[in-house]
Write a protein that binds this ligand. Structure first.
Ligand SMILES: Nc1ncnc2c1ncn2[C@@H]1O[C@H](COP(=O)(O)OP(=O)(O)OP(=O)(O)O)[C@@H](O)[C@H]1O
Ligand SMILES: [Mg+2]
Length: 352
């Protein structure tokens, strides 16, 4: 079965073709992503109307390239069995572009179409790992979804069965990385920049005793809060400046390091506590922040120590992509085969 995935929820125009053989044998035939990061960088964040305009400009090319790379261009649409498209959450104008494109193909070529929840897509990026196969016995699983817009702990009893047991009360973890990057003048998107600077820092370079708070680490629930941590970074920068200390490269590295330690510590400790309390078989990490090396290694170490299986998406599928949307579409299709283009609608605030 060949599935076309389309993703335009934010600032990536993406199309992918995957092939599912047997029950779960998933092969990515193509995975094309056109990023608008450079365009939005000068605004310090994604501008919805600009994003939509770029999606309109790019989607045809991205789609053609995805078919070509999958070896399907000369066969047209005959060899495609299903279309999976992100329907939310995300930026309304951006989502509309992908959905309209996908619905048009579905209508024109009489192909079934599935509207996919973007967060479910992130969860299913774990099924794209060539080295770790997730099976029924790995349920119930606990998902830690950490991205630019979300920080959620989601209990997954089976395919398509979700319960949110914790979420951020304010900023998402990725958003905090982006805001701290802005405070440190490291550009956008901030996550990769902050973590690269944090890696530069070694304890031996320690100049000032910088330690940031771990908001809600000890709270009884499984919620998170990241806006206070970002403010703590802001106050530290002000304090250093007021003391006449220049923000040298090594001090920036140290602030990035201390921030990353705090941000990741809370994520890891709360996830492990939730996993124990809910007696899960496995932990699945996903979302853009799952590219963070410290998060990957600490979560793996702590889960393994507790005897809980741990899965993470391959690096290339941590950010927004359409292969993960195609996989999520496949598992949704197994449960709900009745799909026609009229019933698929966008929902910018769709919850999992
Ligand atoms: N190495 C990293 N360390 C920390 N954060 C990172 C890293 N790489 C990327 N990020 C963060 O991941 C986020 C982007 O993730 P993603 O593309 O999934 O978000 P989104 O799609 O905009 O939001 P959502 O998935 O919630 O709708 C950004 O905030 C970025 O800074
Ligand atoms: Mg995302």
């Amino acid at each position: 079965m060949k599935i076309l995935g389309i993703e335009t929820s934010c600032d990536e125009t993406a199309a992918s073709v995957i092939e599912v053989t047997g029950k779960n044998g998933i092969k990515v035939l193509s995975n094309i992503i056109s990023s608008q990061v450079k365009l939005h960088a000068k605004y310090g964040g994604v501008v919805p109307s600009l994003a939509a305009r770029e999606h309109v400009k790019n989607i045809g090319h991205v789609f053609n390239y995805a078919l070509k790379q999958a070896g399907l261009l000369k066969f047209g649409f005959n060899r495609l069995d299903l279309i999976a498209v992100t329907r939310g959450p995300g930026l309304g104008p951006a989502l509309l572009v992908g959905l309209t494109f996908a619905k048009t193909i579905s209508w024109l070529h009489q192909k079934p179409i599935i509207g996919v929840n973007h967060l479910e897509g992130h969860i299913y990026s774990n099924w794209l790992s060539p080295v770790a196969e997730i099976s029924k016995k790995d349920f119930p699983a606990l998902n830690l979804i950490v991205s630019g817009g979300h920080t959620e702990l989601v209990l997954m009893k089976d395919h398509g069965q979700y319960k949110i047991i914790g979420e951020t009360m304010d900023d998402a973890a990725g958003e905090a990385f982006d805001k701290v990057a802005r405070l440190l003048d490291l550009g956008y998107p901030g996550g990769p920049a902050v973590s690269a600077r944090a890696e530069q820092f070694s304890i031996s370079n320690f100049q000032f005793p910088i330690k940031f708070p771990r908001p809600m680490k000890k709270s009884k629930n499984f919620n998170f809060s990241y806006s206070g941590l970002k403010t703590a970074v802001l106050y530290k920068i002000r304090e250093l400046k007021n003391d006449g200390i220049k923000l040298t490269v090594s001090i920036i590295d140290e602030i990035a390091y201390a921030f990353q330690e705090a941000a990741i510590d809370v994520l890891v400790q709360k996830t492990i506590r939730a996993a124990k309390e809910h007696n899960v078989e496995s932990i699945l990490l996903s979302g853009g922040v799952s590219a963070n090396k410290l998060l990957r290694s600490e979560l793996k170490k702590n889960a393994t120590k507790m005897g809980i299986k741990y899965f993470q998406p391959p690096m290339e599928y941590t950010g927004d992509n359409a292969a993960m949307i195609a996989v999520a579409g496949y598992f949704t299709y197994l449960k709900n085969k009745k799909t026609d283009y009229k019933s698929v609608k966008i929902d910018a605030n769709l919850a999992i």
